[in-house]
Every structure is written in structure tokens, then in C-alpha cells.
Write a protein that binds this ligand. Structure first.
Ligand code: SF4
Length: 364
């Protein structure tokens, strides 16, 4: 639950919006507010994750500080999002990672890289970290196949369990007595809205983070989104090539796994760097300090994984391959461990909020 004062403040600010209604035609959040006589705890959690932080409403609003009404919807929604991420994550002791995301992600990443490097050094000998390995199975002469797959499956399954628990709790809380909101129609509408990032269009032209109606945030976010999907697809293709077709990695540059992985890696590097650059230049007033810290930490994590992956590809035929493989696997392990406790979870809560919004809009 949010603190009663926080929910009351959300209700107060959104009542002003409900009276004004200027932003209603531009943003799904205000259309959803219009359907509610009062804003309760579940409504705040729902609206916060429906908000895409485009900041159009802050630019348009005549009641922002220093006006006595002090309406700042993007900041309110950003703080509520951070609180929902923390509220629905388990175990609680790890959910505390949300409070200091930069230190947590930096510390976990460093620890994972050190642990993987030490395991390789003790398990395979220090020569594995500094010897040229080429030909089929070269990576597995540094880190054996099972030593790669088992930790990835265990960490992946744990992360999925945490996310499923959070998704279920969140969906129950925002249901607010109106029954099931999941249907084929609402899910397909939500998928379309998520893939096109339609709510990052603000009033139509784009976000209002560095200047009015800038398309760049949507563009860089698209690069990261499709880059992650391309890298995930590359992993599936590599598994098929190895386990079904019997070809051991490393694969040629022109092969589907490497081409997809490279495209995805480059897209993530450019997209995450672009988002960081926009964040550095944007106004901090219409957001929360905790959300900014979480954004930077997650983007830095993505940059680390993508850059170490590309470096491994570039130097895989050299003596640096062993060390680069250990560093890349360590950073991947850190991504798996921290993903359920960082900005990554916005994919889950935002998707559920979009499904509920689609159901409300269809019903309306
Ligand atoms: S910041 Fe954008 S998405 Fe969020 S409430 Fe304002 S207009 Fe809507």
C-alpha cells in the first residue's frame, strides 16, 4: 500500500486535472482519471504505470509549481512507479536493492565478474584466461557448457518467479472490483500500444524531456527494445544451431546468431547511450530522484552487457577471449540477478496497465 498521505496527494492533484481536462485528449492517464470519482491506492498503482513519463502534461499545465496548486503529475507518477516496483518484489530483503540502485547494480556486477573470473582461473587454470582458443567449442574450453547453462537457467527461473509473483499481485491490486480485464481484444491492443510506444508521443510529436515534442526518447527507447529482442532471438538461434543441428560456437560473422546478436548489441549501445544523454540534459523537476537513479543504473547495466558482448565478438580469436568471456558472463549474471529488482520490471507493470487501459477504453 502507498502511504495514506501519498494516495491523498495523488487524489488532490488528479482532481485538479479532472477539473481542467486539457490533457485528456493527449494522454491515456487522464482518460482513465476521468472514469474515476476518487483515486484510491490501486488506482495510483495503475495510473503510475500507465504514465510513460513524456512530460507533456507538465509543459502544458498552468498549475505547476510555483502555483499554489503545485500540480506535478510526472513527478508524482514517477515516485509511485518506484514504490510499486519495490512493493511487489520478493523476497523483501532483495527488494531493498531498489533503494540504492546504482550501488547495488555496480556492486553486484563487480562481484559477479570477479567470481566468474576466479572460478575460471581455479577450475580451468589461469592459462584459460590468456590462451588463444579457436575452432568449434572454443568458448567451452574456457567455461564448460554446463557451467554456462545451469547458472543461466537457475537465475532465469528465479527472475521469472519473482516477476510472475509481482505481476499477479499488481493485477489483483489494480483490478479494483471491476472483475477480469484480460481479454483477447485488450491484450492485442496493449501489445500494439507497447510495441509502438504510442504513449511516448506526448501530445503527438514526442516527449517533452529536453525540448517540446522531441522524437528522440521514443527513437532511442525503440533501439533498446528491439536490440534486446534481437539479442534474445540470437540466443535462441544459437541454441538451435548447437543442440538441434550440432554446430558448436563460435559461429561465423555472417551466421544468423552472430548477425542478430551484433545488430542487437549495437542497437542497445546506441539506444542506451542516447537515453543517458537525454536524461543528463532533461529537467529534473518533473520526475523523482529515485526514478532517475534507477534509470541510470539500468541503462549502465545494459551498456555493460552489450559492450562486453561486442568486445568478446571483436577479440574472440585473440588471447583476450578468455578474460572477455569471463567479464561478459559475469555482467550477464549480474543482469539476471538484478533485473527483477530494477527498472527492467517496468516492462511487466506497464504491460499490465496497458491491458487494463485497453479494457477500460473498449468498455467505454
Ligand atoms: S507525463 Fe505524459 S504520460 Fe505521464 S501523465 Fe503526463 S502526459 Fe501522461
Amino acid at each position: 500500500m502507498f502511504e495514506p498521505d501519498f494516495t491523498a496527494e495523488a487524489d488532490r492533484q488528479l482532481s485538479v486535472c479532472n477539473a481542467c481536462r486539457y490533457c485528456e485528449g493527449f494522454c491515456a492517464v487522464f482518460g482513465a482519471v476521468e472514469l474515476r470519482a476518487a483515486i484510491g491506492d490501486g488506482d495510483v498503482a495503475y495510473l503510475a504505470n500507465l504514465c510513460h513519463d513524456c512530460r507533456m502534461c507538465f509543459d502544458a499545465c498552468m498549475f505547476t509549481p510555483p502555483h499554489e496548486f503545485a500540480v506535478n503529475i510526472p513527478a508524482l507518477m514517477a515516485e509511485a512507479r518506484v514504490q510499486t516496483y519495490e512493493r511487489y518484489s520478493r523476497p523483501r530483503v532483495l527488494a531493498g536493492l531498489f533503494r540504492t540502485p546504482g550501488w547495488a547494480i555496480g556492486g553486484v556486477t563487480l562481484a559477479c565478474i570477479v567470481v566468474v573470473t576466479l572460478l575460471v582461473a581455479f577450475g580451468m587454470g589461469t592459462t584459460a584466461l590468456e590462451t588463444v582458443q579457436v575452432g568449434p567449442g572454443a568458448f567451452y574450453r574456457v567455461v564448460p557448457y554446463l557451467a554456462m547453462v545451469v547458472p543461466a537457467v537457475v537465475l532465469g527461473a528465479f527472475g521469472i518467479l519473482v516477476l510472475v509473483y509481482g505481476a499477479r499481485s499488481y493485477a489483483n491490486d489494480i483490478r479494483s472490483g471491476d472483475g477480469r480485464f484480460v481479454s483477447l481484444r485488450s491484450v492485442s491492443t496493449a501489445i500494439r500500444d507497447a510495441i509502438t510506444l504510442v504513449y511516448l508521443k506526448g501530445g503527438g510529436e514526442g516527449c517533452y524531456d529536453v525540448k517540446r515534442g522531441s522524437p528522440w526518447r521514443r527513437f532511442f527507447h525503440m533501439l533498446v527494445f528491439w536490440g534486446v529482442l534481437a539479442d534474445f532471438s540470437a540466443t535462441i538461434c544459437a541454441a538451435i544451431a548447437q543442440d538441434l543441428l550440432g554446430y558448436l560456437p563460435p559461429y561465423p560473422l555472417w551466421s544468423i546468431p552472430v548477425a542478430l546478436g551484433t545488430l542487437g548489441g549495437v542497437a542497445i549501445v546506441v539506444g542506451a547511450a542516447g537515453l543517458i544523454a537525454l536524461k543528463v540534459r532533461s529537467d529534473a523537476k518533473p520526475t523523482s530522484a529515485r526514478m532517475i537513479a534507477m534509470d541510470y543504473a539500468f541503462l549502465a547495466m545494459l551498456e555493460t552487457v552489450a559492450l562486453t558482448g561486442l568486445a568478446l565478438l571483436a577479440f574472440r580469436s585473440t588471447a583476450a577471449m578468455g578474460s572477455l568471456l569471463a567479464i561478459h558472463l559475469g555482467s550477464l549474471a549480474a543482469l539476471f540477478i538484478t533485473a527483477p529488482y530494477g527498472k527492467f520490471v517496468h516492462i511487466v507493470y506497464r504491460s499490465i496497465a496497458l491491458v487494463k487501459n485497453a479494457a477500460e477504453q473498449n468498455g467505454a
